[in-house]
Write a protein of this length. Structure first.
Length: 401
């Protein structure tokens, strides 16, 4: 319980300690990059906020992701620290395929053939969900329903609809799988793939291909095999979902960057060794958010194959399309994946979608003073953990009625 003072009445009340995202029930995505920078975020846009429900939203799937992370870092820790550690965890089909819920028969087949790649794909889905939450953190539907214990996000009701939000969810999930599998290949821990060597050794001016390029081609193909098999139906709804899947993958493929390292006496950079690298997934999320805002509604009345061919001719491959008008998401409605906006933080001075008038759907808001704790002064330790202090401060917040 915490003491909360209402600015409206001046009364001091004992109320349950509010979660900073209130009804959202956010789970952190702890993401430590190679330079040791803590990129922990939540879909409210805060960095590293402590939650009491940290362990409640992903269940067994996070166990699998942890095993994958351990597999990537275990050998490096042994070599550098000379520790007497047990062997790497074995990502066999039973570990992976029976852990992730609601796989189709075709996905089970791919999983049993490539359990390690499937584990990376599942990790990519988790990364995509958290990026979805970040990009839509100020919207009435904020992707929080995609992350539920022991639930495949593709089983969420909104992915059975044709809303603008559905198109964004399909695209970012497909992008997440492509991105994570491509990176995992370059780490050398997947049996089915390795570095992209297609341009290795070709010299261009004062640089040459070398290093270990991210295998985006393999990531794209596995993403298509793993996710597109869910859309076996030949109706136009399935075809639109497939289009948005492809648009998500293109957001990764078309933004691969060249990274280089200099070689030469005294840093003269006489020649550079370069490799291809996937963009940071935050960049992918930003690009897809722009496509979400510009998504095009298509008319599918009297839909037939010929009509879909006309839609494709008039639609860019990277464009998101949808075919149903979105609900307002103001109230709880499980049929459209809406948990309502009551209890959500809003901004009374904002002119954006998170302003209290819009986000609270005209119901008004309460102003409360709360004490908030968050992680701060985080330091990365090799290898592989982060130590943080806890900082606390009081603030006034506005919350939808």
């Amino acid at each position: 319980m915490r003491r909360v003072e209402s600015i409206n009445s001046g009364e001091v009340m004992e109320v349950p300690a509010p979660d900073i995202c209130y009804r959202c029930k956010t789970m952190h995505c702890s993401n430590i990059d190679p330079e040791g920078q803590d990129r922990t975020t939540d879909h409210c846009g805060h960095r590293g906020v402590t939650r009491s429900n940290y362990h409640s939203s992903t269940g067994r799937t996070l166990t699998l992701i942890l095993l994958l992370f351990i597999q990537y870092s275990w050998g490096m820790s042994n070599d550098i620290l000379r520790l007497n550690l047990p062997p790497e965890p074995n990502l066999d089909p039973n570990t992976v395929c029976k852990t992730y819920p609601a796989l189709t028969s075709h996905q089970y087949e791919h999983c049993f053939q490539h359990p390690d790649v499937t584990a990376s794909a599942i990790q990519g889905i988790q990364v995509a969900i958290h990026e979805c939450q970040h990009q839509l953190k100020d919207h009435r539907w904020n992707c929080s329903t995609l992350e539920k214990k022991n639930k495949n996000p593709h089983a969420s009701p909104i992915l059975g609809k044709g809303f603008r939000e559905s198109a964004f969810a399909y695209a970012i999930l497909a992008a997440g799988v492509t991105h994570q599998v491509a990176k995992a290949c370059s780490m050398g821990k997947l049996q089915s793939c390795g570095c992209d060597m297609s341009q290795h050794g070709k010299v261009k001016d004062k640089w040459e291909w070398g290093g270990c390029s991210h295998n985006v081609e393999f990531g794209e193909k596995f993403s298509a095999k793993f996710l597109d098999v869910k859309e076996r139906a030949k109706d136009i709804h399935a075809k639109i979902n497939l289009h948005n899947n492809r648009a998500g993958r293109l957001s990764v493929i078309r933004n691969v960057r060249r990274k280089c390292k200099c070689h030469g006496m005294s840093g003269s950079c006489e020649i550079q060794t370069c490799w291809k690298s996937t963009p940071d997934f935050r960049e992918v999320g930003i690009r897809l958010k722009k496509k979400y805002e510009a998504a095009r509604k298509v008319n599918i009345l009297n839909a037939a194959a010929a009509r879909y061919r006309r839609i494709r001719r008039n639609t860019r491959k990277s464009e998101l399309i949808f075919y149903e008008r979105s609900p307002n998401y103001c109230d709880v409605n499980p049929r459209v994946d809406s948990i309502g906006t009551s209890g959500r933080l809003c901004n009374k001075t904002s002119t954006g979608v998170n302003n209290c008038q819009t986000l609270c759907c005209g119901r008004g808001y309460n102003t409360l003073r709360v004490k908030r704790s968050e992680r701060c002064d985080c330091k990365f330790h090799w290898c592989c953990y982060v130590v943080c202090k806890t900082c606390s401060y009081n603030e006034w917040v506005t919350v939808c009625k």
